[in-house]
Design a binder for this molecule. Structure first.
Ligand SMILES: Nc1ncnc2c1ncn2[C@@H]1O[C@H](COP(=O)(O)OP(=O)(O)OP(=O)(O)O)[C@@H](O)[C@H]1O
Length: 709
């Protein structure tokens, strides 16, 4: 096998003769096993020429050795260039070196405070040299079942602070230390290092080289063309005993940073360089900007015809965190780094978030949308790869489905959702089923009384306020209505009827159900009482149909307490209706600075929200205030004691009224005054008349239609 090594003059690359060392063979086998096609086979004489690169940006470029055949050394030991000190920590992969001129923190005075802080977080490190350490075992998750070395920690250049992240999606532990101060923390050297400017770099100073043909082939297998690689200045570099890909990060034509990728898909960035988006110069002046999650995706976008694309520098964070937010002009990325949002991104009118489809990718989209402004963000849904799965990112779409599919995915990007802001389109399914009447109840459920059809029907999710002078028959009418709804639609109910004791209520409901008096008593006149069989059937029906909400200790229930139990009844028993009878039997303690009007408004908001959220109809009984000079007519909804909000906020307002003067007419006749109907589909205002049966408590349609509108 051909071997590549550093010459005695440092980093110059030279080909050595073939070697068949067992270590290199083993390493090659391991690489193949990992599925890497990074350097698939030894180069042959027919490797295509990689032409000199156009020098459109990056000064001092030495386009040396174009066309040379380059292969990595695949041996177990580095050949040369040992680092000046051992930085082995928990098996990390990257060996950072202190920048020249920076004071050492590897055990010095600054490290003690930081070490202490890290130890408190469960992170033990022998050496605290500045730089980023990747591939460590996470102290929190220990790498999970697979023992993955997924932990990265960054010790800042001045050695006073550390931040870390576990890249395992299931863990995602992130954190950082506070500024580690010591008695000498005001050391001027430290002050100076903290303000240290990013390093100036060039392709030459980084010893970057044109991509070898094997690497061009590697990209080709991912459908990234040589033209795209050339335009994006994708290069390579000798790193230890291997050759790694170098993604060059530029701004205004100047090289700002460089990110490397080795055969194990391990990434690291040129140290002491600024973190910026990849491809920043491509979005200059663009109204529409695409943001992807990796350099490969940025290159893939170019293959689909989109140059107006940048990639975040280091992937997606595992979680969206609201803690430790960077300033508005920055976004957090996978390593917890903060990346400055460029002016171009700030100016763009449309930003298409084309991050990965996995949870970290979605978390990145969320972070970007939050920082850049959701209102100008769109998001991409990746198409299906096959019957079982979806493509996960831009490069996969390009590889599996081709450039047109990638273009279509970008063209079909949808508006990034903004919590609480919707389009009608978001509800089209619901509206469709309303129009096609597939869900039922679009006209409400009939009350069971013909004379009320057209005036009032019962719609799930609405609030009906029922009022009337005392003894007008409000509770009786509601009970009769519930019996009808149970009979016709099999609805079940939660009852919070504070004025009824349970056995009386059971009697009244059962009489309506069996249509016989409960007792042999004068009110039953000559009718036969409910027999034992009917009584047992009635008991069963009561039990199946009603769920009682009662304060067992004589305390007054609060509305929140009632609604929480009603919610439980919805979830546990599927009740469709809630009766609260009456309002004045609830506990109405309110803050001293709140008026009753404000209180009623807030209470009714809670009730309505419950009704809508649980598709449950609520009947709320409220008495009128004391009527002066009452002459026996039905009260007005605005007469309800407490607040005009009862009529303002309800969906339906009904007054129950009955004549008590035998000289003025039939005293069993009940007037159902429908005073408010918000939804014209279910009714309209008007009066209906029912006849009350004193024996059984039933309400029947009267022979004569008294309906008036
Ligand atoms: N149309 C009617 N004719 C005669 N009696 C009736 C009529 N409607 C109801 N009643 C009787 O009036 C009494 C009170 O009825 P109900 O409890 O339903 O009234 P209410 O309006 O809820 O009263 P309150 O406001 O005091 O709670 C019951 O005994 C009931 O049988």
């Amino acid at each position: 096998m051909l071997r590549l090594a550093h010459s005695s003059r440092g980093k110059k690359l030279a080909f050595l003769s073939s070697s068949s060392s067992s270590s290199s063979t083993a390493a090659f086998a391991a690489m193949s096993h990992m599925g890497s096609r990074f350097f698939p086979k030894p180069a042959t004489a027919s490797v295509p020429h990689f032409p000199p690169l156009p020098s459109q940006f990056f000064s001092n470029i030495n386009l040396c050795r174009a066309g040379k055949r380059l292969l990595p050394v695949l041996c177990s030991k580095p050949i040369s260039r040992n680092h000046s000190r051992s930085l082995y920590i928990n098996g990390h992969a990257t060996l950072p070196v202190s920048p020249p001129g920076n004071i050492s923190v590897g055990g010095g005075w600054k490290s003690d405070a930081l070490r202490k802080q890290l130890a408190e977080c469960g992170i033990e490190m022998d050496n605290l040299a500045p730089g980023q350490y990747n591939g460590l075992w996470c102290p929190k998750c220990q790498g999970g079942d697979s023992g993955e070395k997924s932990f990265s920690i960054l010790i800042e250049a001045d050695g006073t602070r550390a931040s870390w992240i576990c890249h395992r999606a299931k863990c995602g532990w992130t954190g950082g230390t506070k500024h580690a101060t010591s008695s000498t923390s005001k050391n001027p050297v430290q002050q100076r290092t903290r303000q240290k400017k990013a390093r100036e770099i060039t392709e030459e100073s980084l010893q970057l080289e044109p991509l070898c043909s094997e690497l061009v082939g590697y990209f080709k297998e991912r459908d990234i063309s040589r033209e795209t690689l050339l335009r994006n200045r994708v290069m390579q570099k000798a790193h230890g005993n291997q050759i790694v890909i170098a993604f060059t990060y530029g701004r205004n034509g100047m090289l700002v940073s460089c990110k490397y990728r080795d055969i194990n898909k391990k990434f690291w960035q040129e140290k002491d360089t600024e973190k910026i988006f990849y491809g920043l110069d491509d979005i200059k002046g663009s109204d529409d900007i695409i943001i992807v999650e990796g350099e490969m995706d940025k290159l893939a976008m170019e293959e689909a015809g989109f140059r107006n694309c940048v990639s975040v520098p280091d992937g997606a964070p595992p979680l969206v965190s609201s803690k430790d937010l960077p300033p508005e002009s920055q976004v957090c990325t996978k390593s917890g780094h903060k990346v400055s949002v460029s002016l171009e991104l700030q100016r763009a009118s449309r930003i298409i978030l084309a991050t990965d489809g996995d949870p970290p990718g979605q978390a990145l989209a969320e972070e970007l949308a939050r920082r850049l402004g959701r209102e100008r963000c769109w998001r991409v849904k990746w198409p299906r790869k096959n019957a079982d799965s979806y493509c996960k990112d831009a490069n996969e779409v390009l590889m599996y489905l081709g450039p047109q599919a990638l273009k279509d995915a970008i063209d079909d990007a949808e508006l990034y959702p903004i919590k609480g802001l919707f389009l009608f389109r978001d509800f089209f399914d619901e509206i469709d089923s309303y129009y096609h009447q597939t869900q039922g109840y679009q006209f409400g459920v009939s009350t069971g009384w013909k004379s009320l059809d057209g005036l009032y029907s019962v719609l799930p999710g609405e609030l009906t306020i029922v009022s009337g002078v005392p003894n007008s028959g409000k509770s009786e009418w509601i009970d009769a209505l519930l019996c009808n709804l149970n009979r016709s639609a099999d609805w079940k109910f939660a009852l919070c009827s504070m004025e009824n004791n349970v056995r009386d209520h059971a009697r009244k409901l059962m009489e309506k159900y069996v249509r016989k008096p409960f007792f042999d008593a004068p009110y039953g006149e000559s009718a036969e009482r409910i027999d034992v069989m009917e009584y047992e059937r009635g008991k069963q029906w009561l039990n199946d149909t009603f769920h009682l909400i009662r304060c067992e200790d004589d305390a007054l229930p609060s509305i929140r307490w009632v609604l929480s139990l009603a919610k439980a009844a919805v979830l546990r028993y599927g009740v469709r209706g809630l009766v609260i009878d009456p309002y004045n039997e609830l506990d109405h303690q309110r803050p001293p600075n709140m008026t009753e009007t404000e209180y009623v408004s807030q209470m009714l908001t809670l009730v309505k929200r419950f009704a809508q959220h649980h598709s449950c109809h609520v009947w709320f009984v409220a008495h009128p205030r004391q009527l002066h000079n009452w002459i026996g007519g039905p009260p007005n909804m605005y007469d309800i004691s407490g607040s005009a909000h009862f009529i303002n906020k309800c969906d339906n307002g009904i007054i129950i009224h009955r004549n008590r003067n035998p000289d003025a007419g039939d005293i069993d006749q009940v007037q159902i005054c429908v005073r408010k109907v918000r939804n014209k589909v279910v009714g309209t205002i008007g009066d209906a008349y029912l006849s009350y049966n004193r024996v059984t408590g039933e309400f029947r349609d009267t022979e004569v239609d008294h309906r008036r509108r």
